[in-house]
Design a binder for this molecule. Structure first.
Ligand SMILES: [Fe+2]
Length: 393
């Protein structure tokens, strides 16, 4: 300590004091979100965060011409096993909604100051605005819809500017939804990093009202905050792999896990992705029997790591997932991970093309009854590649 500059020490203590003071005295508020997760034809999960512990709820109103303040709107709480959740991360699951229906919503949080015995002391309430601005809204999926458009981006690694440019080149406002196909971050260290690296931009642009679906990449599994991922991107099943049926397409969204063997020095003996991918394979075998998959006009696989490249994780995707995807009649597989655009196949043993989107390109797809038109666009909006997938006969 004797060699330290006293001015630097003073600055350190003043900064520490002010930082602690501001955390303590900051008014209760919503800090990030809300954003939509796992929107389906009959439900959605709405997620947001606050700076202090709170109970939370969503108020829902029909999409009519009435003011949100016309009447008391029904409340849906963030709760489990009959108890309202108390915390800083809030996720309200809305169920039994009508399909193809627009709902207006408002999120609320009330600070919980103290909970002792049976007594709870509450603080102030924070909510999204509905007075001088329109309430937020979402529209449940219309499974009878004949046309569907979507974008896929991946390997953003915290580059908000590139993400925004790609979404704009893909004309995200006209797309039905967006898919994040992994490696949106380099690792997860904290909630602030999660939002700062990509989610705040997604929320600013679309995620409050337009759905986003996530296929976890290998980099989302890294860092001290990585095991919080399922709480920020929750699914009704609790799994990070799932089927998503939207009109003519059934998406098979897979979680690839890490790229090196589980025993690699980088993972410090704390991962078990071989076992995880075995469980995923068993789930996949059952999922392919479901009507939502078999009835779909197009079958699209989304997985961050491609089934080639020679690393262990890629080999696992090739050995455990691809034969099943091929047997089930998947039409196209979208990957990322390699940071360059590659298209492979169809090839012997794999009857579908594998499209590896780059970190600086965006997949823009429009599915119609007579074909799914896929374009890959670069940062300038130029067409890198294009293809048409024919519907099942
Ligand atoms: Fe990756």
């Amino acid at each position: 300590m004797k060699n330290c500059n006293p001015i630097l020490i003073l600055i350190f203590f003043v900064f520490t004091f002010l930082n602690g003071f501001s955390q303590e005295e900051a008014p209760f508020s919503i800090t990030h979100g809300p954003y939509l997760q796992h929107l389906t034809d009959n439900g959605v999960i709405i997620v947001w965060t606050t700076n202090k512990n709170a109970v939370s709820w969503v108020e829902l109103a029909p999409d009519d011409s009435t003011h949100f303040y016309l009447t008391e709107r029904p409340k849906y709480y963030s709760a489990v096993y009959g108890f309202k959740d108390v915390g800083k991360l809030h996720a309200v699951r809305l169920e039994n909604l009508l399909p193809a229906t627009t709902y207006r919503y408002r999120v609320y949080s009330q600070e919980v100051l103290k909970h002792e015995g049976t007594k709870v002391q509450y603080g102030t309430v924070a909510a999204t605005k509905v007075y001088k601005q329109d309430p937020l809204e979402f529209t449940t999926i219309d499974q009878a819809k004949k046309n569907l458009s979507f974008l896929i981006i991946n390997d953003i690694h915290g580059n908000n500017e590139m993400m925004e440019t790609l979404l704009k080149q893909g004309d995200y406002q006209k797309s039905d939804f967006i898919i994040f196909n992994g490696d949106m971050v380099s690792d997860f260290k904290s909630e602030e990093q999660l939002f700062g690296d990509f989610m705040d931009t997604a929320i600013k642009l679309f995620a409050r009202e337009k759905p986003m679906y996530y296929a976890r990449g290998n980099h989302e599994t890294r860092g001290i905050f990585a095991n919080a991922f399922p709480y920020y991107f929750p699914s009704p099943s609790g799994k990070l792999y799932y089927l998503l049926r939207q009109g003519p397409i059934c998406f098979v969204v897979l979680d690839c896990g890490e790229d090196k063997p589980d025993s690699d020095i980088e993972y410090s003996g704390i991962v078990a992705f071989d076992q995880y991918r075995d469980a995923e394979k068993a789930w996949l075998e059952e999922a392919f029997k479901s009507k939502e998959f078999t009835d779909a006009l197009y079958k699209v696989a989304v997985v961050h790591m491609p089934p080639f490249g020679g690393w262990h994780g890629e080999d696992e995707v090739a050995q455990k997932f691809v034969p099943l995807l091929d047997k089930a009649g998947v039409d196209v597989m979208f990957c990322g991970h390699l940071h360059q655009y590659i298209k492979k196949g169809p090839q012997p043993g794999i009857r579908f093309p594998i499209v590896v989107n780059a970190n600086n390109t965006v997949v823009k797809a429009v599915a119609e009854e007579n074909g799914m038109n896929i374009k890959v666009l670069n940062l300038q909006g130029g067409i890198v590649d294009s293809m048409i997938i024919q519907p099942e006969k």
